[in-house]
Design a protein around this ligand. Structure first.
Ligand SMILES: NC(=O)c1ccc[n+]([C@@H]2O[C@H](COP(=O)([O-])OP(=O)(O)OC[C@H]3O[C@@H](n4cnc5c(N)ncnc54)[C@H](O)[C@@H]3O)[C@@H](O)[C@H]2O)c1
Length: 262
């Protein structure tokens, strides 16, 4: 099925790495012109090159989504360069596993900055453009942690739950402008290869932990008996970003092989 993204301009945050990289590649493959926003500018440009090498259109931009001024500046640049914004895929995120009482306040503030303020800053910057054009698709990659609360991920879980509630509340506010907001919740989605993660990726410090044996054990918690692939998440993001999905808003979809069912 053609997702009809031919004339669409899409912003993908966190597009330099793992899931965001695949979201950028998939949206471009479906015809969208993609602006890749990431802290890791070289990584964003590398993925933009990958998109171009496969016949798509993409540009990399350096952005810190936790910084509202920088976000506004980047979004203005995208509008200047590409003319409009139809789709926002909030994919950038950051986390670590630690017991709540052991975490420093500094680390917790960083988690909130990236995972909650980040999507809020992005949405605040793109919405005026979408309201004016009376068209918009906002897809935020949250997490099953935000639906059920994950051990050693208390603040991260709270942020992801916040993004889900934010999307629902805003879906009520801006539905009248033909703007939809939905969330996609991955389960454990390990990068397919070390070269598909960016310098800013959480996976730098965690990839070695996930030996084949540990991955095999982890699959037991997943009814479909495998872990997620970036492609699984990207396909759902592309569907929610498409004109084929114009009557779905305020929804949260887990793409996690049945790990969470609600
Ligand atoms: N991979 C998983 O197992 C998993 C599971 C559930 C949810 N998620 C969510 O999916 C999303 C993507 O996960 P991933 O595994 O691809 O992560 P990743 O760590 O590989 O990539 C995240 C990207 O975001 C960028 N980034 C981090 N902070 C930023 C900031 N302040 N401003 C701009 N860019 C920033 C990083 O540079 C990196 O390129 C995240 O929101 C994550 O919380 C992932």
């Amino acid at each position: 099925m053609d997702l009809l993204l031919g004339d669409r301009i899409a912003i993908v945050t966190g597009g330099a790495s793992n899931i965001g990289r695949q979201v950028a590649l998939t949206l471009a493959q479906e015809g969208a012109n993609v602006a890749i926003l990431d802290l890791d500018e070289a990584g964003a440009q590398r993925v933009a090159q990958e998109v171009k090498a496969s016949g798509g259109q993409a540009t990399g931009y350096a952005t810190n989504i936790a910084d509202p001024a920088m976000v506004k500046e980047s979004v203005d640049r995208v509008v200047h360069d590409l003319g409009k914004i139809d789709i926002l895929a909030n994919v950038a995120g950051w986390m670590f596993d630690e017991l709540f009482l052991d975490e420093t306040l500094e680390k917790q503030e960083k988690v909130v900055g990236v995972n909650l303020w980040g999507p809020m800053n992005m949405i605040r910057a793109v919405l005026p453009h979408m309201v004016t054009s009376e068209y918009g698709r906002v897809i935020s990659v949250a997490s099953d942690a935000g639906r059920m609360g994950e051990y050693k991920e208390a603040v991260y879980s709270a942020c992801k739950a916040g993004v889900i509630a934010l999307s629902k509340a805003l879906a009520r506010e801006v539905g009248r402008y033909n703007i939809t907001l939905n969330c996609v919740c991955p389960g454990l989605t390990i990068p397919e290869a070390p070269e598909t993660i960016s310098a800013g990726s959480f996976w730098h410090e965690n990839l070695d932990f996930w030996t084949d044996e540990r991955q095999q054990k982890a699959t037991r918690a997943y009814p479909l008996r495998r872990l997620g692939k970036p492609d699984d998440v990207a396909n759902m993001v592309a569907w929610l970003a498409s004109d084929r999905c114009s009557y779905v808003t305020g929804q949260t979809v887990s793409v996690s092989g049945g790990y969470t069912m609600m």
